[in-house]
Design a protein around this ligand. Structure first.
Ligand code: NAD
Ligand code: MN
Length: 818
């Protein structure tokens, strides 16, 4: 072939990267042992499992199969290491993490080769994307270790973290887990995926090389059923960080329910790739290649649903097929290969099964004319047209190189189609009209939105899901909060309930056991006013529910008595049931426009609520006295605190702004805190008014609409708020109040698929029930684990923690330049 012919055919020979250094490294070490306390330890079981090269189907190495005994040893090592690592100055941790980053770069080529051999992904990707991003993640987080003390002053480390990662980006997922954990002073036990352990083991060597203190990082290879489950259940672990499928994520949510373990879940997706008719179609074609054929489509945020404006659909599909015809599949170590091997035979079979389903469902399947290699596990790039939105292939994550396309006519239809999924990981929007793109971005229910780009990742910018794609973020400052907890929080076992009004007068008014560092003003006046008797009749009006802006009778037709501490009936409230909750959730959904309004407007309404409450200060104070038997001064202080809290969130409403991240590209990523949606909340029993306001105010300030269950024993302060809310211009349905049995109603809320988050401040068993029930639609939960919180204290009772719980961060990537 002469040069001219080469230019005409554009055929070129193979350009393989040498496998030899990687294979030699493996040969010297296989079978691999476990990495515990900076030592290589034989697994207790004596068992090893094979690791396969998916491009050949042949055995590459053997790695240890850990069991629960090994998990015990690793957790013990991590616990011991936490004692010193957790107290080390940020600068010390920064030095170590920086050293890790340097060593990743030093071994970059070996890591890239190992990753391609073990996972089957093209060397071009491991060399140019995976490994550089790994180094970047450690560099970036070395910085956060250095800055933790000054930038996260109210926070401390969580402790020992169990981390479980998938096989699609083996070393990158390790970096996303380990870098922030170490930066925030935690120690780690990490389990790589069954098929792809080798780069994690090379990482362990780096840990040894740089002399990281023993026990800070421990790596356990093996089966999910042995290592994964033991980690999830281990009492010595304070947090589980998981990346993987939604099904396993759900089972981990259930397994950790009530344990008090912090949890972050990065799960599956079925992300839309939206193309408007004014998009640059050549860029779009390359974007689609990156969206769905990058890493063989085994990408959680893969743009696997192509949504095209109808008038350009034919043209785009034709261009795409043409491009697909020229994709190169084959040896992952060949630098000219676009598509490598599927990770395992099981995965390959699953892709084939779903593709068959698509054909059976009547969609039109198209694959290029060329054939895949016969050795190893390969699957050709596949495009479905004529797909209807409700079919399996339009809804289920295929996790392979399979794209399904659908059409839309208007932007509104595009948004509706895009959000027609239980997932919410990412979305990509293509249009030359920036106004249109930026208008669509906030309407998409997804943690990341890429405008005229796709599959961009950087340590600066948080990544994570909405809805069933999980909760928590990895990367950016927003990701650090997964690895810290408030300083005032202790790690002791759930404390007993305290200060429950109506239970026994003697415990009323006692201060919570936590960090009550200052004496409060009202205590001086307590004696003076102690003898005050509430001047209210024994039984007065019976408040109804507050649903959709109206006072409504309980569906049950029953009421429940409310008692004072002496056991006298002082009123009745509606006995809410399942139906009332359903109506309230519906009303909250109908009020969804609240989030789209201006933050200025929300601030104004919160100020107005505060103003209207202050007009009735005395009445509210008396009501608290009546329900709790606390002194008038104490009750008046609670009302004052509630008014102040409303002011705080009125202030925050237009000041909780997010960030502009600066990833290394020409462009920015806008980290925008968005409302979560409908939040269900069960108020604490103590502080009938302040407990209620402390939850309601931050949630509505951030644009959520809510269903609130007031204190069960002292609900009258919340029901007294109806009139305050009604006179404060709060739109109907933003706040809905259902009284009754707190645990029963919480259960209904936690199970409800149209509730997006659930807050519960109550006993430990109730917390567990809420966490368990939340697994249905993977709603976010925020529970107290029975721990007391001093609601009068502004550090514990208000602020950033509440705002974070009331929002989820969306990162909108906006590249610029021509
Ligand atoms: P998987 O859920 O089967 O396994 C993930 C990890 O969990 C593996 O290490 C596995 O051994 C372990 N595991 C499995 N069952 C477990 C159990 N019961 N208890 C504890 N650990 C258990 O997922 P996978 O097939 O390895 O990865 C593919 C999935 O991961 C896809 O759904 C993909 O979307 C998702 N993913 C998500 C992200 C993200 O950031 N959101 C990133 C990559 C992959
Ligand atoms: Mn492998």
């Amino acid at each position: 072939m002469n040069v001219k012919e080469i230019f005409e055919t554009m055929e070129y020979g193979p350009a393989p990267e040498a496998a030899a250094p990687g294979l030699a490294w493996i040969q010297e070490r296989t079978p691999f042992n476990l990495f515990i306390n900076n030592q290589w330890v034989k697994p207790a079981s004596g068992q090893y499992i094979d690791s396969i090269n998916p491009a050949t189907g042949k055995r590459l190495a053997q790695v240890a199969a850990a069991t629960s005994a090994d998990v015990d040893a690793a957790v013990a090592a991590a616990r011991a290491a936490f004692e010193t690592w957790g107290k080390a100055p940020g600068h010390v941790r920064a030095r170590y993490i920086y050293a890790i980053a340097r060593h990743i770069q030093k071994h970059a080529r070996l890591l890239a080769v190992l990753e391609s051999l073990d996972n089957g992904k093209p060397i071009r990707e491991t060399r140019d994307i995976d490994i550089p991003l790994v180094a970047r993640h450690f560099y970036y987080h070395a910085g956060w270790a250095q800055l933790m003390e000054s930038e996260l002053p109210g926070y401390q480390s969580v402790g020992v973290v169990g981390q479980i990662i998938p096989w699609n980006f083996p070393l990158l997922m390790l970096a996303w887990k380990i870098a922030p954990a170490l930066a925030m002073g935690n120690t780690v036990v990490l389990k790589p995926a069954r098929y792809t352990s080798l780069t994690a083991l090379k990482f362990a060597e780096i840990v040894q090389e740089i002399g990281l203190p023993p026990g800070v990082v421990n790596i356990l290879t093996g089966e999910a059923s042995q290592v994964g489950e033991a980690l999830v259940q281990h009492p010595g672990i304070n947090k589980i960080a998981f990346t993987g499928s939604t099904d396993v994520g759900r089972s981990i949510r259930r397994a950790t329910a009530g344990s008090g373990k912090k949890l972050s879940l990065e799960l599956g997706g079925k992300s839309p790739f939206i193309v408007f008719d004014d998009a640059d179609l050549d860029s779009v074609v390359e974007g689609v290649v990156d969206a769905i054929w990058f890493n063989q489509g085994q990408v959680c945020c893969a743009g696997s649903r192509l949504l095209v404006q109808e008038n350009i659909a034919d043209r785009l599909i034709e261009k795409l097929r043409e491009r697909m015809e020229h994709l190169r599949i084959g040896d992952p170590l060949d630098k000219a290969v676009d598509i490598g091997a599927i990770v395992s035979p099981g995965q390959l079979k699953e892709i084939q099964r779903l593709v068959n389903t698509g054909v059976e469902e009547g969609a039109v399947m198209w694959q290029p004319s060329w054939a895949c290699p016969t050795e190893g596990y390969f699957f050709p790039p596949t495009l479905f047209t004529n797909v209807s939105p409700a079919t399996t292939i339009a809804q289920v994550e295929i996790f392979g190189p399979v794209l399904v396309s659908m059409t839309f006519r208007t932007p509104a239809e595009a948004v509706e189609l895009a959000n027609n999924t239980r997932y919410g990981l990412a979305a990509s929007v293509w249009s030359e009209n920036i106004n249109l793109a930026l208008d669509v971005a906030p309407k998409l229910k997804a943690g990341t939105v890429w405008i005229n780009c796709t599959n961009l990742f950087d340590a600066t910018s948080g990544f994570g899901g909405y809805r069933e794609s999980g909760f928590g973020r990895e990367g950016g400052k927003e990701g650090l909060y997964e690895y810290v907890r408030p300083k005032w929080e202790t790690l002791e076992a759930p404390a007993k309930e305290f200060h429950i009004a109506g239970e026994s007068a003697s415990t009323n008014g006692s201060k919570p056991a936590v960090s009550a560092d200052e004496d409060r003003e009202f205590e001086g006046g307590e004696q003076l006013l102690d003898g005050y008797t509430p001047m209210l009749p024994a039984i007065d009006r019976t408040p109804k529910m507050f649903i959709g802006g109206k006072q409504t009778r309980p569906d049950s037709g029953y009421s429940r008595d409310v008692y004072d501490p002496q056991g006298q009936v002082i009123g009745q409230v509606g006995e809410g049931n399942r139906k009332d909750i359903r109506n309230a959730v519906e009303a909250a959904h109908a009020a969804g426009g609240w989030a789209a309004g201006t933050t200025h407007n929300r601030a104004q309404i919160l100020y107005y609520i505060a103003e209207n409450l202050s007009v009735r200060e005395d009445e509210f104070a008396r009501r608290i006295v009546q329900q709790t038997g606390r002194s008038y001064a104490d009750a008046a202080a609670e009302v004052q605190a509630a008014i102040s809290r409303l002011f705080s969130y009125a202030a925050w409403a237009d000041k909780y702004e997010g960030a502009v991240h600066r990833p290394p590209l020409r462009g920015v990523a806008l980290a925008m805190p968005e409302a979560i949606g409908v939040i269900g909340m069960a108020c604490p029993e103590e502080y009938p008014l302040l407990g209620f306001v402390s939850l309601v105010a931050p949630a509505i300030a951030m644009g959520n609409t809510i269903v609130v269950i007031p204190s069960q024993v002292a609900p009258l302060s919340a029901t007294d708020c109806y009139q305050v809310l009604e006179t404060s211009d709060l739109p109907a349905g933003v706040v809905n109040i259902v009284t009754g049995d707190r645990d029963l109603l919480s259960q209904v809320l936690a199970e409800h698929d149209d509730v997006d988050a659930m807050w519960y401040f109550g006993p430990a068993e109730g917390c567990k029930r809420v966490e368990l029930a939340s697994a249905g639609n993977m709603k976010r939960t925020w529970v107290s684990y029975g721990h007391p919180r001093d609601w009068m204290d502004t550090v514990q009772g208000e602020g950033e923690e509440f705002l974070r719980e009331a929002t989820q961060v969306k990162n909108v990537w906006v590249p610029y330049g021509e």
